[in-house]
Design a protein around this ligand. Structure first.
Ligand SMILES: [Mn+2]
Length: 332
């Protein structure tokens, strides 16, 4: 029996209490895959709840039923109860239980529930009963589509489900600029053919900046951008004072790191931000340069080859210095 058949059997056996979990600071792929899978499972009369550790960007509230998502930071007890009572737990777009904070403990404690991982990050943990994992996949949304299709349920993908899945494919590939494979376009094509309005989604996702965010982008590029001499690296840094002065909130710095890669010679980019307790770093690269290794080795993080991140305690200057040294080393 394949993993797909096992999942199909589980879905068909009886209506179940299902929980779908994704990672902290959920992005388009986390939200899209969760909502897409949720709408699909509801067609089989299951009771499905989506739980995220923290809030999601409001720009994704066009997705159907996004207002029903339970946020652990806001309703911890409710979230824990849902996990404790779940018969099936889906873990989407993260590789191991330590990525979802205290919710991970609740998942581990529910030994009766079947646990299913659908993810494209490196090194999946060994907690799931069923694992649909592929680092070559553009996004978890692509994997959710594949799982549904391989179970023989393509016809159950309606435009609402399609819209959710298309969202994660767009956001995780930077609108088809990276992490794609032939299959990514095939899926996009199939979703468009069933009526997904990709223009609407592109507009919702990319034309969603506030005046404040656009001003902050200007400030970052004008005052806080550094190109590391004689290398292919560049970075933008933000100090604690910047955070205060510009009232920078969660999500305001989203995507800023990518601007550095618009310079033809820059292949490694970082956004280094001094937050109240830790220094956060977002890393991006082009081609064969692997920032995932750098994130793991020096910045207590991880992610993908061309997009990773981390966070460590320390001084801003030291972290900047470490990034500069590592870029110089890679340029030798
Ligand atoms: Mn993803």
């Amino acid at each position: 029996m394949t993993e797909y058949q096992k999942l199909q059997e589980l879905i068909l056996s009886k209506p179940s209490r299902i929980v779908i979990l994704s990672h902290r600071n959920p992005d388009g792929d986390a939200i899209g895959s969760s909502i897409g899978l949720c709408l699909f499972l509801q067609k089989f009369m299951h009771t499905v709840h989506i739980i995220f550790p923290s809030e999601y960007p409001l720009s994704f509230s066009y997705l159907k039923n996004s207002e029903d998502i339970v946020i652990y930071d806001i309703e911890a007890e409710h979230a824990q109860n849902l996990v404790a009572q779940a018969e099936i737990i889906f873990c989407l777009d993260f590789n191991d239980l330590d990525r979802i904070d205290k919710l991970g403990v609740s998942v581990a404690e529910n030994i009766k529930a079947k646990k299913i991982l659908i993810d494209h990050h490196l090194f999946p943990g060994n907690f799931p009963d069923l694992c649909f994992h592929d680092v070559e996949s553009s996004s978890t949304c692509e994997l959710v589509f594949e799982v549904i299709e391989k179970m023989g349920y393509f016809s159950k993908i309606d435009p609402m489900i399609g819209e959710a899945l298309f969202t994660g494919i767009i956001t995780d590939t930077g609108s088809f600029k990276y992490s794609t494979r032939a299959q990514t376009y095939e899926i996009a094509s199939k979703l468009k053919s069933i009526g997904v309005d990709d223009y609407f989604l592109q507009d919702k996702i990319f034309n969603s900046l506030t005046h404040k965010q656009l001003s902050l982008l200007g400030y970052c590029l004008y005052k806080r951008m550094k190109v590391i001499e004689d290398t292919n690296g560049a970075y933008i840094y933000l100090t604690k004072e910047d955070y205060k002065r510009y009232a920078i909130g969660r999500g305001d710095t989203e995507g800023i790191v990518n601007y550095l890669l618009m310079m033809p010679n820059i292949k490694i980019a970082a956004l280094i931000s001094e937050q109240p307790s830790i220094i956060k770093i977002s890393l991006r690269s082009k081609g064969d340069i692997n920032v995932q290794e750098m994130a793991t080795k020096y910045f207590n993080g991880g992610g993908h080859k061309n997009a990773s991140g981390g966070g460590i305690y320390g001084k801003l200057d030291d972290i900047i210095d470490r990034f500069e040294q590592e870029v110089k080393r890679l340029n030798k």
